[in-house]
Design a protein around this ligand. Structure first.
Ligand SMILES: Cc1cc2nc3c(=O)[nH]c(=O)nc-3n(C[C@H](O)[C@H](O)[C@H](O)COP(=O)(O)OP(=O)(O)OC[C@H]3O[C@@H](n4cnc5c(N)ncnc54)[C@H](O)[C@@H]3O)c2cc1C
Length: 400
């Protein structure tokens, strides 16, 4: 639906996956949002991302799913394994998810996803604009660190898990932590044939590791281990060496991948999530993505939920006269679903970073004996609730 009234002035704070997707969905509905991004430029991050079917269904509505699939690697299967290599469970994405939803999952280099979203956007992102504070008065004010102030009709806080915009809605939120960190890297390796369309996770003692191909000879690897990290940064030689020791007996290609990496290749990030918030909005200031529901990455749904927010918010704004009514409808639709998935991720994160050897054995036995159908149902339920309003550029791909 394209709106006919005087266009609203919409400021999107944060030009990550959520901010860019929101801006694309708004532009497709006739708005001209401004995206303000703190970073001075878009630099490639040494990490990949797994986009589950619900993210691709939204991208399909925005007309970019085919480009995302072409730039990434559609996966045929995802397996959960023990550190000894035993398959505890498998999802068979090709056979199950693609037949039901039209899409399985895609593993993609984050920088490629970012490039696709930036290309799709008509407007230029205002980089080097770090929001310092937002005043959620009737006409909100956004203040940036260079002294600039803007007074848009609507402010979308898409500024990530350590959101500044959130302070105007839910001050003093303390992020929760698992006292663990995530390591991520892209490795250039000759992948064994069985790994060219396979994603996998290994559930070990206090260490969870895995990855997926993002190209013919490129592999996105991740692992978690006990530790703390203030800001995302590259690994120290000591940390990488400890990880190499810890993962030496894990199933291939993990040891080969970790051996091929230099500390500067590896990105280290704290594992944090946002506690349940009483509200996501205040007046015409509204949160989306990690700012609202940043979650541990164990369900692989953080970005997918951010992408769902983006379409739902743009659709709601386009369909209502009053921004406050649009924001209320968006929050009513998205908050229960995103918070349920955030809670599931929290439980999985607690299980995934468990450090007791006995506890980990029991957990893995439970995965092993739990029928695949039960784990598939949990995954299916995360995908199936996606709201998919019609889009001005609807282009239903076949997923092939
Ligand atoms: C280790 C790890 C692995 C993950 N793997 C997956 C996965 O496989 N699949 C999945 O779906 N999700 C995954 N996620 C989650 C996913 O990365 C996030 O949910 C997603 O990036 C959220 O997007 P966002 O745009 O809300 O936030 P972000 O991606 O954090 O983007 C926020 C943007 O706002 C900018 N910004 C920050 N502060 C300000 C400010 N004050 N002013 C202006 N701009 C600002 C930032 O520079 C950034 O560009 C993972 C997360 C982690 C930590």
């Amino acid at each position: 639906m394209s709106h006919t009234r005087e266009p609203l002035d919409i400021a999107v704070v944060g030009g990550g996956i959520c901010g860019l997707t929101t801006a694309i969905a708004l532009e497709q509905r006739g708005f001209e949002p401004t995206v303000y991004e703190a970073a001075s430029d878009y630099r490639p991050v040494g990490a990949g991302i797994l986009l589950q079917a619900n993210a691709l269904l939204v991208f399909d509505r925005l007309g970019v799913a085919d480009r995302v699939r072409a730039a990434g690697r559609p996966l045929e299967d995802v397996q959960l394994r023990s550190p000894g290599g035993r398959v505890l469970s498998r999802f068979d994405l090709n056979g199950v998810e693609r037949s039901e939803f039209g899409y399985g999952a895609v593993a993609i280099y984050r920088a490629d996803l970012q490039r696709i979203l930036l290309d799709e956007l008509d407007t230029t992102v205002e980089t080097g604009m770090a929001c310092e504070a937002v005043d959620a008065a009737e006409t909100p004010t956004v203040r940036f660190d260079d002294g600039t102030r803007v007074r848009p009709d609507v402010v979308v806080g898409a500024d990530g898990i350590r959101s500044t915009v959130r302070d105007a809605i839910a001050p003093d939120v303390e992020l929760r932590t698992l006292d663990s960190v995530a390591y991520r890297a892209i490795a250039e390796i000759d992948l064994p044939a069985g790994h060219r369309a396979l994603g996998f996770e290994v559930w070990g003692d206090g260490t969870y590791a895995g990855g997926a191909p993002i190209g013919d000879d490129r592999f996105y690897w991740f692992a978690t281990a006990a530790g703390r990290q203030a800001e995302t940064a590259t690994a120290t030689p000591e940390r990488l060496s400890a990880l190499r020791d810890r993962l030496a007996d894990y199933p291939e290609p993990i040891p080969t991948v970790v051996d091929s990496l230099e500390p500067a290749d590896v990105v280290v990030t704290a594992l944090e999530d946002v506690p349940p918030l009483e509200r996501w909005s205040q007046g015409s200031v509204v949160l989306a993505g990690d700012a609202a529901h940043g979650m541990y990455p164990f369900a692989g749904q953080g970005a997918a939920q951010a992408i769902e927010d983006a379409l739902a918010l743009a659709h709601s704004i386009a369909g209502r006269e009053e921004p406050s009514a649009a924001i209320d409808a968006y929050v009513a639709e998205r908050k229960p679903r995103a918070e349920r998935i955030r809670s599931e991720s929290h439980r999985l994160g607690t299980l995934g970073t468990m450090r007791s050897t006995v506890g980990c054995r029991v957990r893995n036995l439970a995965f092993n004996y739990c029928p695949d159908a039960v784990l598939r149902r949990a995954r299916r339920n995360r995908i199936a609730g996606t709201s998919l309003p019609e889009s001005p550029v609807a282009r239903r791909g076949t997923g092939d």
